[in-house]
Design a protein around this ligand. Sequence first.
Ligand code: 5GP
Length: 186
Amino acid sequence: MVDSTLRKDLDHILISEEEIKEAVQQLGKKITEEYRDKSPVFVCILKGAAVFFSDLMREVDLPLTIDFMAISSYGSSTKSSGVVRILKDLDHDVLNKDVLVVEDIVDSGLTLTYIQKVMSERGANSVRLVTLLDKPERRKTPLEVDYACFQIPNEFVVGYGLDYQEKYRNLPYVGVLHPDIYSDQA
Ligand code: 5GP
């Protein structure tokens, strides 16, 4: 288990591996029911959502397809620049498709607001937003998230796909990074 080397940089564990597993299973069931008779496209927002995405899609009993998009918004800092840029676009058209955009965390809401607009402009039949984590108190724009596994306080978290300077993505749980690790950059 990936733990001891990275664990020492955390202040505490916020969401355990078991809690994540349970929430992902519940969400998978819910999406399976709500999209019955449909073949949705699951869009993974790289890189942070990759771990959540791969676990979630295996809990969904539907003939879904997958696609990937990479967005830049944060650089290496822990604060949002508000700038959204597509670094890697989808491989397939979303025209008339039922799109589920899968994100790791919603903070200001700027990234998903932008992606939602892009999918609608491209003629998607429906666009719903899925996130593992939601920090509602940080919103800078009104955004309706359709499925959120956990609402969390305003703390910088890593693990289960989420990084700080590209590290900690392989932790199997979500933890709060010790402020000493990033205090010189925050
Ligand atoms: P938003 O556009 O909603 O402000 O930002 C969403 C993106 O910000 C996420 O995909 C993620 O990359 C980054 N982000 C926001 N809060 C955190 C956090 O607590 N930890 C990490 N690792 N990334 C975060």
